[in-house]
Design a protein. Structure first.
Length: 380
């Protein structure tokens, strides 16, 4: 090849390389590079609850069934939505969105009960309940949630908190012990946080069989989340926090708040988490049950044997059978003579039912969520 041809090939190669570099520079890099002199201190908007729950974060609230994790998550959400300090700590007030993927009616009742318990007008709460289908591993599903929250944010200002209850329901069909499935879920969570800047994404999740090992599922989630709140024995403990307190304990109790009456004129209550002054330590044995409560529990166990199903929407240990609350109610009436009972007997039965329902829930022997109920394995 002649020297002039060699020179032409070299010039052409240089031009191709320069064009390639120009094209590459037009593509947006997923990485950002800054020198130390360009870095800035971040001191504003760093918390959702000061010193306890960070903003711009993925947080898990973890507990075994019937420990009050939904009640506590709702309590946090309502404090944010109503601009109220939480445990004497400042909150970043703003829009709170609660994604209820199971027992929606129960969550609705609990919101109403919280407002009554705290003497809050619901009109003054910047709180929205979302239900339907969500899969945090699906970009389309995550985009749909982002779109809904964005619409609410345009109307009501910055979204500070998104609660997803529960993590398991937001990953339908996933293998919780798979790093692939958990990794895809965490990517979806990160996309939601990135879409709203200062938002905290709170995942309500189950405790593993071995409580000392924390949340159920692959260990990668512990490394990925920014904060973990664990609940046991009516105590909320911060077990992980990147920048806040750790191992601080916040005691609470679960109380029933009447929200109305059913079609039979009997009271309907919902559970609310209420702060108490000091950690109570481990709870002692349950209080002695009344004969009426024992009778109601026998009726429940009988109907569970006859009609119990594992296909129910409740937060319960795997394989737990549940029945509709109406079925239990009917079985209790039958023990009092059913339709043949006189007026006095019927009135006595209603009072006995209301007392038994309250005592059995307070003793953590039965769990009621909306129209479903199940009994715990331990005997009264």
């Amino acid at each position: 090849m002649r020297p002039d041809h060699l020179e032409h090939v070299a010039d052409l190669a240089l031009e191709v390389r320069r064009n390639a570099e120009k094209q590459a520079s037009k593509k947006r890099s997923p990485l950002s590079v800054r020198a130390a002199r360009e870095l800035q201190a971040h001191t504003q908007g760093m918390y959702l609850i000061k010193g306890m729950v960070p903003s711009r974060s993925i947080v898990q609230i973890v507990a075994a069934p019937n420990e009050g994790k939904t009640a506590v998550a709702l309590d946090i959400a309502m404090h944010v939505a109503t601009n109220r300090p939480h445990r004497g700590r400042k909150t970043q007030a703003g829009l709170a969105v609660y994604v209820a993927l199971e027992a929606r009616h129960s969550v609705e009742n609990r919101v109403i009960a919280w407002c009554k318990q705290n003497r809050v007008d619901p009109d003054g709460a910047c709180f929205y309940l979302v239900d339907g289908f969500l899969d945090l591993r699906s970009s389309a599903s995550v985009s749909a949630l982002i779109a809904e929250v964005s619409r609410l944010q345009e109307l009501h200002g910055s979204c500070r908190l998104i609660v997803i209850d529960t993590q398991a329901r937001a990953t339908p069909g996933a293998d919780e012990n798979s790093s692939v499935d958990i990794g895809r879920m965490l990517m979806g969570c990160a996309a939601i946080v990135a879409a709203f800047g200062d938002v905290c994404l709170l995942l309500v999740h189950h405790m593993g069989k071995d409580a000392t090992r924390g949340a159920r599922g692959h260990s990668s989630q512990l490394a990925a989340v920014d904060c973990v709140l664990e609940i046991s024995n009516r105590e909320l403990r911060v077990t992980k926090s990147r920048d806040g307190v750790r191992d601080e304990v916040f005691a609470f109790d679960l109380v029933g708040e009447k929200i109305g009456e059913d079609e039979d004129g009997e009271p309907v209550s919902a559970v609310v988490a209420v702060a108490v002054d000091a950690p109570s330590g481990r709870r002692g044995p349950p209080r002695r049950l009344s004969d009426g409560s024992k009778n109601a529990l026998r009726a429940l166990r009988d109907v569970l044997l006859r009609e119990g199903t594992v296909a129910h929407p409740m937060d319960a240990p795997l394989g737990t059978k549940a029945v509709k609350l109406d079925a239990w109610r009917h079985a209790h009436r039958e023990r009092y003579g059913g339709d043949s009972a006189d007026k006095d007997s019927t009135g006595a039965e209603r009072k006995a039912w209301a007392r038994a329902l309250e005592q059995l829930q307070a003793a953590a022997i039965v769990t009621v969520a909306g129209e479903w109920v199940y009994a715990h394995d331990r005997k009264a």
